[in-house]
Design a protein around this ligand. Structure first.
Ligand code: SAH
Length: 490
């Protein structure tokens, strides 16, 4: 697994400056151990006129398999051989991207304490990757790199040079050239786009991948025409993460537009204020609104129905007033990720006694859900086919009957405000429907009426005067007075 970065130089700006930029001395061959093998950095050529750095990753296929297993991704038994005999050792995949960020982390951040002026300077760069797995072929390779200012050569590699009639493999030989980019930009492009082209991430995607993507994509991803494909492939098509990233990118883009008039601020100050002023992602605003409503209701024993990957459960655990938190989801996979996120196996006894995750379907009544103060259905109802909704309604409002029920769902009217969403599309492929404010109210009012609850509506996110907020929340409270009266009368 191999890639080279070359530059040319002039007497004022010698090519060997590449060594400073990469923080690796051109006269030394260095080796770094990574979790998948050894990464070598060496310079096949290094003089003032031309300098080439090579990154060679020697993958330990056995370590790769062991690590995969340790992380719970063993694979089916009949795939055992494929675990050892595969392209990972030589193809420039996500492993190479991970090595890149490990070995050249300061270079990727554009830091060079020895020569602080260097990282910001563009220089002639040439990158070669002899075997790049490219799902989507040479066309996609071009669509990804050209908008970033690269001149791209992507030649398909024949399956077998001796048998041209067998056609091309899924690999391309890639050459990128540009004189307009900095080394840091080049590394960040590769870090994101190599795994995107590989489209088979080797490790479990977790929500900090969103942060990594946004950090590496700063300055180029928000405006990339293939932003959506890049984001969803990078995050291995995990839609909830993809949506989070898309939402945050949208917000970053807005923040950048506002900031553009502010010039000449000291870098450090700028970075700080940017971090403070960046709007809160919608997912976080939603969680905050839910927690606020739960506090107002006085709930201490809470159900998170359709808890997904456990972000809300995690946030609730931080507040001691929530003494019992139960996450329920139909997806075992989501629950596995949730339990990993919460580090359930390493939690202290007291903390562990407050939290429980179990599998269940909201389309069926379930006695385990009875007797709680509050239930949250955050972005869940739109995942059920409309004809299944009455079953959920009965399971929650008829059978489980917590005092408080919070339901959030997208407001479809707001979709015109998401720039990246084609007209008439829902926000995610798994949404069976998305409601207008009026449709949501009609449903919620009818549910409240049928089951003896009162209901109020709370906007979440910026409440647009025309189309309303991106997320709508209904807060149901049981009409206890009515119930008590009825109970007495009985
Ligand atoms: N509440 C989380 C996750 C929303 S995604 C959040 O706000 O981020 C919707 C979740 O509902 C998914 O995890 C999905 O597995 C779950 N879900 C869909 N249908 C369900 C059903 N019938 N019973 C239980 N969970 C369901």
């Amino acid at each position: 697994m191999f890639l080279t970065i070359s530059t040319t130089g002039t007497p004022e700006s010698p090519a060997t400056d590449l060594g400073f930029l990469l923080h690796k001395h051109p006269e030394k061959a260095q080796a770094f151990s990574t979790s998948y093998g050894t990464a070598h950095v060496l310079y096949p050529e290094a003089d003032a006129g031309r300098c080439t750095a090579a990154l060679l990753l020697e993958v330990d296929a056995v370590a790769l398999v062991r690590r995969g297993k340790g992380k719970g991704r063993g694979g089916a038994p009949d795939a055992a051989l494929a675990q050892y005999v595969n392209d990972r050792p030589y193809a420039a995949s996500s492993l190479l991207a991970v090595a890149l960020s490990g070995v050249f982390s300061s270079a990727m951040r554009g830091v060079c304490s020895a020569r602080p002026e260097l990282p910001a300077q563009a220089r002639p760069l040439r990158i070669e990757v002899p075997a790049l797995p490219a799902r989507g072929g040479p066309d996609l390779v071009r669509n990804l790199f050209e908008p970033l200012g690269w001149t791209v050569t992507a030649e398909p590699v024949a399956l077998d040079a001796e048998f041209p009639e067998w056609g091309d493999s899924r690999y391309v030989r890639l050459e990128l050239e540009s004189a307009r980019l900095t080394v840091a930009e080049a590394l960040r492009h590769l870090y994101v786009l190599l795994p995107v082209l590989d489209d088979a991430k080797h490790y479990w995607v977790s929500s900090d991948e969103v942060d990594k993507l946004l950090r590496a994509g700063e300055g180029w991803l928000p405006d990339h025409p293939e932003q959506k494909l890049i984001t969803s492939r990078y995050l291995s098509r995990r839609w909830s993460l993809t949506r989070e990233a898309m939402e945050r990118l949208e917000l970053v883009r807005l923040a950048e537009a506002d900031d553009s008039e502010v010039e000449e601020i000291d870098n450090a100050v700028e970075a700080e204020t940017e971090a403070e002023e960046r709007p809160t992602p919608l997912a976080v605003q939603r969680r905050d609104a839910i927690i606020e409503a739960l506090r107002t209701s006085g709930a201490s024993r809470v159900l998170d129905l359709g808890c997904g990957q456990g972000q809300l459960v995690q946030a609730l655990l931080k507040d001691v007033r929530f003494t019992e938190i139960v996450g329920v989801d139909v997806s075992m996979r989501a629950l596995t990720i949730a339990s990993r996120r919460l580090k359930l196996d390493r939690m202290g006894e007291r903390q562990a006694s407050r939290v429980q995750l179990f599998q269940g379907s909201l389309a069926y009544t379930d006695n385990r859900l009875k007797g709680y103060d509050a239930a949250v259905l955050s972005e869940v109802v739109e995942h059920l086919d409309l004809p299944r909704l009455p079953a959920l309604e009965y399971a929650v409002f008829g059978s489980a009957r917590p005092r408080t029920v919070l339901v959030t769902t997208p407001n479809v009217e707001y979709n015109v405000r998401w720039e990246s969403l084609p007209a008439g599309h829902v926000r995610h492929g798994d949404h069976r429907f998305e409601w207008t404010r009026a449709e949501f109210r009609a449903w919620a009012d009818a549910v409240a009426e049928r089951h003896g609850y009162g209901v109020e509506f709370v906007p979440v996110g910026p409440d647009d005067p025309e189309v309303g907020p991106p997320t709508q929340m209904a807060v149901f409270e049981i009409k206890s007075n009515v119930n008590e009266k009825e109970a007495k009368a009985a």
